[in-house]
Design a protein around this ligand. Structure first.
Ligand SMILES: Nc1ncnc2c1ncn2[C@@H]1O[C@H](COP(=O)(O)OP(=O)(O)OP(=O)(O)O)[C@@H](O)[C@H]1O
Ligand SMILES: [Mg+2]
Length: 274
């Protein structure tokens, strides 16, 4: 089981779009995925059409009220589960800040999943602010997946997140944490700028940058208003194709962990014609 924080302190770079659509694409590939919406804005929750659920978030488990298992809900998508967000979460920032183990509360409640085989992957959709919730996500995660928008100042934003990761490491909250992957989002092939930004980020971060680049498409921005992932809303479009490719690359990059081992099993079954 791996815990991956989808994080970038910059707003509107495609964190939630990536968390939701990568989650659905991995679930399609039979990975058991738990998506935790850590943002009080609840965008991941509504993007999956789950906004009607109230009082169900990670808030209570975080402040010590309830077991995390009670908050996991199934989604329409097989193999994809969610812990939604609600406005209570905004209050969690203040309440947790007063607690002694305020940086590692999420790490502690997620540690139960490391012992069993319930999920192959836990994806944390982080809020853009550098608050307690995002710090808890970085303290709990095995790695960070950082979406970067193909725009001016992309590198400046990356420098900031690198610094935050160093701070979490230095604080002792998680000495293993690293940026495991960078995914370039909202690539516009009609402009030279997008290509230049991708080249520049690759020069600095090399193989950590995913080969898969997510294009800017109107379909990707429309899908959440229908409460659907792009794989349901426009399954044969460029956005769905890109997130499926990202899922394949994600699985490949996580060999030889359990996430990748499943693939071998699936392939061998396919080759047997089953
Ligand atoms: N590849 C894309 N093409 C077109 N629109 C996109 C794409 N990716 C994301 N968007 C749109 O851009 C906006 C910001 O995306 P998203 O909500 O995923 O970013 P975020 O980093 O989670 O934002 P926040 O920091 O507020 O949580 C949304 O309206 C989303 O629908
Ligand atoms: Mg978001």
């Amino acid at each position: 089981m791996k815990i991956v924080a989808i994080a970038n302190q910059k707003g509107g770079v495609g964190k939630t779009t990536t968390a939701v659509n990568l989650g659905v694409a991995l679930a399609e590939k039979k990975r058991r995925v738990l998506l935790i919406d850590l943002d009080p804005q609840a965008n991941a929750t509504s993007a999956l059409g789950m906004q009607e659920v109230e009082g169900e978030s990670i808030y209570e488990p975080l402040v010590g009220g309830t077991s995390i298992a009670d908050k996991i809900l199934p989604t329409r998508v097989d193999n994809l589960f969610i812990i939604p967000a609600d406005l209570d979460l905004a209050g969690a920032e203040v309440e947790i800040a007063r607690m002694p183990d305020h940086l590692t509360r999420l790490a502690r409640i997620l540690s139960t999943f490391r012992l069993d085989e319930t999920f192959d992957l836990v994806l944390l959709d982080c809020p853009p602010s550098l608050g307690i919730l995002m710090t808890n996500a970085l303290a709990a995660a095995d790695e960070i997946l950082t979406p970067i928008q193909c725009e001016y100042f992309a590198l400046e934003g990356l420098v900031k997140i690198v610094r935050v990761v160093e701070q979490v490491r230095d604080s002792g909250a998680n000495d293993q944490i690293e940026i495991g992957g960078i995914v370039m989002t909202m690539f516009d092939r009609r402009t030279n700028l997008s290509g230049q930004v991708v080249d520049e980020v690759r020069q600095h971060f090399g193989s950590r940058v995913y080969n898969t680049v997510i294009p800017r498409t109107v379909r990707l921005s429309e899908a959440p208003s229908f409460g659907k992932s792009i794989l349901e809303y426009d399954p044969s479009g460029a956005g769905a194709g890109a997130y499926r490719a990202l899922a394949r690359e994600f699985i490949k990059r996580h060999a030889p962990s359990a996430i990748a081992r499943e693939t071998e099993k699936t392939h061998s079954l396919e080759s047997l014609g089953k």
